[in-house]
Design a protein. Structure first.
Lengths: 236, 182
């Protein structure tokens, strides 16, 4: 399988959130600060990759009738592991994401990839599928976080970046971020679920527009090439 | 047919058993750290609301009259009590430590656990400027504490009236609970 193609699918043409439109609940709920977005994105990426590999490795021995039950057990297992590790080593992230980490168990992206991809493909392909789909998810989260945080509270990189004592990255979620304009002038509605819906809607719209346009361009280029070839034949 | 069902059950059982085994190992590896962290967080919360150089002792209180109160810790310095209570916020339950001095005035509050909306109710627990300013308003308040729109002097957090009300009411309850100790 072509890695480049898989990369493009995960990030753009078959992006889990913007094109497949799955896993939207957590996407809207947690994208309020960059710290949350990066943390959630990476958690999903790790869980998705692990689940993809295990499901692909077991695909020959998983009976078709109970495959969903087994997928859920595997996913719940990895989610619990990540949840415990976060609680032990990055408690700030665990506290910030709260119930959304355990809820990754029912995140459609993971069960969706297991069902649509891993049970038909090799371990290696599934591994890269997990990485690329996870990256696609993380990118969407990061874009949404940056937009909502900026418009909602005039800030960039909340929790993740600290500039109080020189520029540094804070992995414990204590950084205040970079204040671009005073938070009093922010539209705090962007921090609410409404802002999540609005941002996600705009992003999906943009994505569909871009995809349609590139499709149209491709078709036009094909037609032009075909016409040129036909002309050439006539010339000959 | 029967054989097939047995086989399905066996496969599912095996996968569950392996998963459970792995989870057991991870839990054993992280349990101590998580427990310690939680304990330390609670202790830090006590110290933040009521300083005590000689530690705290758990004290009995009237659980029937104050169902939201989890525990009352008496400062061994004799300068007051720390009341830990769990009550409903806007999204889920909030666990808070409230220091009450011997003069029945609040010496400070600290939110230990919550699941409020990030950027709104969660500000009440955050270390941001707005969060610190919000919590500082509680210092020196007595049992008549109330939000400014209810005639008191606590300014609610913008966009988080439910959280602010819940925290204010819990502070009043904590003070009443200590007052009832006599």
């Amino acid at each position: 399988m072509n890695r480049k193609q898989q990369f493009k699918e995960g990030l753009i043409t078959n992006n889990p959130v913007l094109v497949q439109q799955i896993g939207m609940c957590a996407t809207m709920a947690i994208t309020t600060t960059l710290f949350n977005g990066v943390g959630m994105g990476l958690s999903v990426l790790i869980i998705l990759t692990c689940c993809n590999v295990v499901v692909a490795a077991l695909r020959k021995i998983i009976p078709d009738e109970i495959r969903l039950a087994i997928f859920v057990v595997v996913i719940a297992g990895f989610v619990t592991i990540v949840d415990l590790l976060l609680q032990a080593f990055i408690p700030a992230l665990s506290a910030a994401l709260g119930v959304f980490i355990p809820l990754i168990v029912v995140n459609c992206i993971i069960i969706g990839r297991a069902e649509a991809f891993c049970q038909k493909n090799s371990v290696k392909d599934s591994f890269f599928d997990g990485i690329f789909q996870g990256l696609g998810y993380t990118c969407v989260l990061v874009i949404m976080c940056v937009f909502r945080e900026l418009v909602g509270s005039g800030r960039f990189g909340g929790g993740l970046i600290d500039i109080a004592n020189g520029f540094r990255f804070t992995l414990d979620g204590t950084g205040g971020g970079i204040q671009i304009f005073p938070s009093e002038y922010g539209m705090s509605i962007m921090n609410l679920p409404f802002g999540g819906f609005l941002t996600l809607g705009l992003l999906i719209g943009l994505m569909q527009y871009a995809l349609k346009r590139s499709e149209k361009n491709r078709k036009e280029a094909e037609r032009a090439a075909a016409e040129a070839a036909a002309l050439k034949e006539v010339d000959d | 047919m029967n054989n097939k069902i047995v086989k399905l059950a066996l496969v599912l059982f095996l996968i569950c058993a392996v998963t459970a085994g792995i989870l057991g190992v991870v839990n054993a590896l992280t349990y101590d750290r998580i427990y310690q962290m939680k304990h330390q967080k609670e202790f830090e919360a006590y110290a933040a609301v009521l300083e005590s150089s000689s530690g705290y002792t758990e004290t009995d209180f009237d659980k029937a009259a104050f169902p939201t109160v989890d525990s009352v810790q008496k400062s061994n310095d004799g300068n007051g009590y720390v009341v830990v209570s769990t009550f409903s916020g806007a999204q889920g339950s909030i666990t808070m430590a409230c220091g009450v001095g011997t003069d029945l005035k609040c010496t400070g509050i600290s939110i230990i656990e919550h699941s409020e909306t990030s950027g709104l109710g969660a500000v009440a627990a955050s270390s941001s400027e707005a969060g610190v300013a919000f919590r500082e308003q509680f210092v020196g308040q007595d049992g008549g504490i109330a939000l400014s729109k209810a005639g008191g002097s606590i300014d609610a957090l913008a966009g988080a009236t439910i959280t602010s009300t819940a925290v204010t009411n819990a502070t009043a309850t904590s003070i009443a609970c200590v007052a009832a100790l006599g």
